[in-house]
Design a protein around this ligand. Structure first.
Ligand SMILES: [Zn+2]
Length: 684
């Protein structure tokens, strides 16, 4: 509350300055470019508007470089470097803009650039980290125009619509926006911030009211069984549009999963973003069956079958980006629950270097990965980033001299020069696919996940006969992989000889770089960190919550890892059927740094919070509780006895299909925090 009050007052402050300076500078037409002159365009006379725009564009202003030096955004060396770069790299249209070059060279971020441009153009800089666009302003401009010209309408004063723009020299934008709104006032905003606010502000779910009412009306007369015809063709049917909007907003909100959950009184729609669930919208419970049926039609499932769980998939494009959606349905007491897993096809691959593995892990990891044969496993619960790590590893070892083949469910990213075999669409099992691959002379094989004894056995034999095998396994930590295999029925000697290394991992939420602030820790937090790493952070930091992180305090994620190299002492222990505890103890003696240690180090560095460590990483008491190996079977979560209430996110069974790996490679941008819009954009 207090924070938002401060934000509010700050907004008004900006505005006040704006008003004052405007009246000061207007009479002389902005003769002194140092003065803050707001631009105010009026469309009532087309000729006047055209000349106003012309004056605006040709107005004599200080050079951007000078302004940046003056406000201390760059130092002279940076500027000289940028100017030389600008000269040496002309674009098709001539010289690249200096601001673009500085951005490109990483000398400034988008917000610094926008602040400098505001200064140069004499217009206010809009602080879009705290801004709350007003609905009337948003509606006046309209989503289409706002997106087209990348402006975010902020407020209306009198008859003037204030908006933040990223490119103050976009004359077409100024002309069209003025025609639409009649009078506009321009402010400078960072491009990434504007894009983010566009996605948040034109939240398609906020405008779903009318559709819900339409549905209620159309359905009010009859409680009758739903048939295929109800959903077959009518794109304008309210339920069709509601589902489309849910998916659109899910993609725009960076959700990895969308849950449509019927309850007694209402249907709850929740998004999973950065590993945590949050509510997106509530719908009347009467819509439950129609929503489920619509999704089933889209994914070509049997809509009459309501009790049996079903899996399907379909593809859509949202804002021009292709998105694959995997669907799973399951009957609950209040109707069918539908979970959509979103796979963004345009997401870029992350390299091993950018995973954020500490050097102490990366070096031995590379040694294992570069070996001609062996077996490397990635372990962790659902959503711990296993696929990301496997893909990053694959890019590292893929070269034209090797035959690299994958078998996956599903294929999440398509590589050049690698044969990838999907299991789900073909109805083929992992074991069958793996046998087929082995007949095709592979060097490196990626098996998406090992779920059963047969697959495990074939993969291990492949590793022992001169192939390098990469795979993932649902297990709580690196050591637990051993017992997962023996519990499947694989002989310990086979496990010991086939495996060359196991990575255990989790994803933690990153403190939002836009609102990270010092805070006073609770005694529990202090003692937990003391117990884990022996000392306290110099500064306790966490995200206070802002519009960039939708007030969660977190944005993006960071990985923590532990690596178990299968050395001779470890091999002997595996063959001797050592317990999880014994194995882990020896591994730590041999130098394994646990992911818990790493997680708490991130707390020391102010990258994440104790809360999130407890939420995602198995924390204190892990070794004591792990003495009972049975708890590692069947992918069940093993929680430490008497430890704090840890939410493991379950290690859900595959069948819930909810979210195997909402891994987003872009979430792991290597730990180098570039505060500001450029970064926010990179992970959007
Ligand atoms: Zn924030």
């Amino acid at each position: 509350m207090i924070a938002s009050a401060i934000e509010r007052s700050r907004e008004h402050e900006t505005l006040a300055v704006f008003r004052k300076t405007k009246s000061e500078s207007e009479p002389d037409g902005g003769g002194s470019s140092r003065r803050r002159r707001s631009i105010d365009f009026d469309s009532s006379d087309a000729a006047v508007l055209a000349s106003e725009i012309d004056v605006w564009v040709t107005h004599n202003r200080p050079k951007l470089g000078e302004v940046m030096l003056e406000i201390g955004a760059v130092d002279p060396d940076d500027l000289i470097e940028a100017l030389q770069h600008q000269k040496a790299n002309p674009t098709a249209e001539g010289m690249a803009r200096l601001g673009e070059v500085l951005l490109q060279l990483g000398k400034v971020d988008e917000r610094e650039l926008a602040a400098a441009l505001a200064q140069q153009f004499g217009i206010p800089f809009a602080d879009l980290q705290t801004a709350r666009p007003e609905v009337e302003a948003l509606e006046r401009v309209g989503e289409e125009l706002a997106r087209k010209y990348k402006v975010i309408p902020l407020r209306i004063e009198g008859d003037r619509v204030f908006m933040a723009i990223a490119d103050p020299l976009d004359t077409q934008a100024i002309a069209d926006l003025t025609h639409e709104c009649r009078r506009i006032g321009l402010m400078m905003g960072a491009k990434g911030d504007i894009e983010r606010l566009l996605d948040e502000s034109y939240n398609v779910l906020m405008q779903a009211e009318g559709l819900i009412q339409a549905f209620e009306l159309s359905d009010a007369d009859a409680v009758r069984p739903v048939t295929d015809d109800d959903f077959a063709a009518d794109d304008n049917a309210p339920v069709v549009q509601v589902v489309n909007r849910i998916i659109t907003q899910g993609v725009r909100s960076r959700a990895s999963d969308i849950h449509i959950e019927p309850g007694e009184k209402l249907v709850r729609v929740r998004f999973r973003v950065d590993g945590a669930m949050s509510e997106a919208i509530q719908l009347p419970s009467r819509m439950a069956a129609a929503l489920a049926s619509r999704v089933k039609v889209m994914s070509e499932l049997n809509i009459v079958e309501r009790r049996r769980a079903q899996d399907g998939q379909f593809a859509v494009a949202v804002d021009g980006r292709p998105v694959d959606i995997r669907v799973s349905t399951a009957a609950t007491v209040h109707g069918e629950k539908v979970v959509l897993r979103l796979l963004d096809k345009t997401k870029s691959l992350i390299s091993l270097k950018d995973l954020g593995m500490p050097p102490t892990i990366e070096a031995p990891y590379m040694k294992i990965v570069k070996a001609p044969l062996g077996m490397l496993l990635c372990t962790g619960p659902t959503g711990s980033g296993k696929t990301t790590t496997l893909y990053a590893t694959l890019t590292e070892i893929n070269d034209p001299t090797r035959n690299v083949v994958t078998i996956e469910d599903p294929v999440e990213y398509q590589f050049d020069g690698i044969s990838q075999m999907p299991v789900s669409t073909t109805g083929m099992r992992f074991a069958d696919g793996l046998r087929a691959i082995l007949r095709q002379d592979p060097d490196v094989i990626l098996v998406g996940e090992i779920r059963d004894e047969e697959t495990a056995r074939i993969a291990m034999q492949a590793s022992l006969t001169g192939h390098f095998v990469l795979s993932s396994l649902h297990a709580v930590d690196s050591v637990a992989a051993v017992h997962r295999f023996t519990d499947m029925g694989i002989e310990p000697f086979l496990v010991a000889s086939a495996m060359s290394g196991v990575v255990g991992q989790r994803l933690l939420r990153r403190n939002c770089v836009s609102c990270t602030k010092p805070f006073t820790p609770t005694p529990a937090e202090v003692s937990m960190v003391a117990e884990a790493v022996g000392h306290q952070p110099t500064k306790w930091l966490r995200g206070a919550g802002c519009s960039v992180c939708q007030n969660t305090g977190y944005r993006g994620r960071v990985g923590v890892y532990e690596l178990l190299p299968v050395t001779d002492p470890i091999r002997e222990l595996i063959v001797a059927r050592a317990t999880h505890h014994e194995l882990r103890k020896v591994a730590i003696q041999e130098g394994m740094r646990t992911m818990q240690e790493q997680a708490f180090e991130l707390v020391l560095d102010g990258v994440t919070t104790v809360d999130d460590v407890l939420r995602s990483v198995y924390a204190p008491g892990v070794d004591r509780a792990a003495e009972e190996p049975r708890e590692l079977t069947a992918g069940a979560a093993a929680l430490p006895e008497g430890g704090p209430a840890l939410e493991m996110g379950g290690i859900p069974e595959e069948s819930d299909g909810s979210s195997d790996e909402p891994d987003d490679p872009r979430d792991l941008s290597g730990g180098k925090s570039a505060p500001g819009a450029a970064r926010a954009e990179a992970i959007t």
